[in-house]
Design a protein around this ligand. Structure first.
Ligand code: ADP
Ligand code: MG
Length: 259
């Protein structure tokens, strides 16, 4: 599904990514872990078209998408969420989800489009899809609430819901459960599994919450200082001495005991 090879991303003199390879199968839930500053978000930014890499290739299915814009990447079914909350705080929950339908245009433009008479039929369909997705993620009851008034965990779930409006086949999540309590992160875990099992969505996610990552992901790639230091299933990764030295043993990860 995803085939990244020899990826390099330099910022000034800094190599944020250094010859990174990453392979993800269709329908896989893949985890990307590593210490802060190891290049995880940069890798996602390159894959989803937000950065143009200094070297290497990004292949999606059989297509070379290196240098594609975020819009073009999204059109191919790959959609991402951001490490920090990126909602429209004054808009309602439902309105926020509906903006996902328009990929990368502004909320003012969304409201203009909704007022066009020719848009009526599409509007009905979009609205129906929005309501279905809110129901799928368990946010129907809050649909008229302003996004800023949702509890933190639900705001993050709303971001995932918005990404689903484009009906992605590949979802990329940057620290989806950061700052969530256990109940909220369990909900996100169920949601991601449901997306994969019911809809065949492929998932790439970054997280520091180890219980979440190790129970959800089938395979993992570990980055350190811009390089891949390990790949494997959760059991292999948890036993890997280099991964323990640079990351798992450092006390910076969140697990069942250490929250
Ligand atoms: P992670 O997500 O693993 O914490 P990042 O990918 O955000 O790490 O950052 C990797 C390195 O690249 C860091 O040293 C960071 O400061 C640097 N970096 C990331 N984005 C930029 C940018 N736009 N300009 C300059 N340096 C950047
Ligand atoms: Mg990051």
């Amino acid at each position: 599904m995803l085939n990244v090879s020899g990826l390099t991303m330099e910022f000034g003199g800094l190599k944020a990514l250094n010859n990174v390879d990453l392979f993800i199968d269709k329908g896989e839930i893949h985890g990307l872990i590593g210490p802060n500053g190891s290049g995880k978000t940069t890798l996602i930014n390159v894959i989803t078209g937000f950065y143009n890499p200094t070297g290497g290739k990004v292949g999606l299915r059989e297509k070379d998408i290196t240098g594609y814009s975020p819009y073009s990447v999204a059109r191919l079914g790959m959609v991402r969420t951001f490490q920090n909350i990126n909602l429209f705080p004054e808009m309602t929950v439902l309105e926020n989800v509906l903006t996902g339908h328009f990929l990368h245009i502004t909320p003012s433009l969304v409201s203009v489009i909704f007022k066009l008479p020719t848009y009526k039929e599409k509007e009905r369909k979009t609205l129906k899809l929005g309501e279905e997705i809110l129901s799928f993620v368990g946010l129907s009851e809050q649909k008229k609430m302003k996004a800023k008034n949702l509890p933190y965990g639900k705001q993050r779930i709303l971001e995932i819901a918005r990404a689903l409006m484009t009906i992605p086949n590949f979802l990329v999540l940057d620290e989806p459960v950061a700052g969530m309590n256990d109940q909220e992160s369990d909900m996100v875990s169920l949601l991601i599994r449901k997306l994969r099992d019911d809809r065949g969505v492929t998932v790439l996610l970054i997280e520091h919450h180890m219980r979440f990552v190790m129970s959800l992901c089938e395979r993992l790639t570990v980055l350190n200082a811009g390089k891949v230091i390990a790949r494997g299933n959760p059991e292999e990764i948890q036993k890997n001495q280099e991964v323990i030295n640079v990351y798992l043993g450092t006390g910076r990860v969140r697990n069942a005991r250490n929250k």
